[in-house]
Design a protein around this ligand. Structure first.
Ligand code: AMP
Ligand code: ZN
Length: 112
């Protein structure tokens, strides 16, 4: 873990960011500057800089990010209406926090 990494600090509970879900491997919290009515970040606890830094040993965490995202979409009520899952990769791809995170965005047409 890197003490100057914001998402390491959030994931290790050093901030007051509330988690919508957490387990041994990852945490889920709301994006502080949402780009959609529902905008969550699914974040591995372990520091991985970006998609470019994944290794074959990361198969399991990568799969878990997607499976948990699917469950979070259900929990947030956007599963049926639809949602986007997005990784920004490095500066040119719009990444500004260099700790891997999956964006879940939806809710534009959420049924009440
Ligand atoms: P990216 O551009 O993919 O690196 O996305 C980083 C995201 O983190 C942005 O959408 C920010 O709004 C979000 N963010 C930055 N700081 C925080 C924070 N303290 N809590 C929650 N989300 C944050
Ligand atoms: Zn980190």
């Amino acid at each position: 873990m890197s003490t100057d990494c914001l998402f390491c600090n959030i994931a290790s509970g050093k901030t007051d960011t509330p988690f919508l879900f957490e387990n041994d491997n990852l945490v889920v919290f709301r994006d502080i500057n949402p780009h959609a009515p529902v905008h969550l970040l699914i974040v591995p606890r372990r520091h991985i800089r970006s998609i470019n830094d994944l290794t074959p040993q990361d198969d399991a965490i990568l799969a878990e990010l997607f499976f948990v995202s699917r469950e979070m979409a259900k929990q947030e009520g956007v599963s049926e209406s639809g949602y986007k899952l997005l990784f920004n990769v490095e500066r040119g791809g719009g990444q500004v926090i260099f700790h891997l995170h999956l964006h879940l965005m939806g809710g534009w047409e959420r049924k009440a």
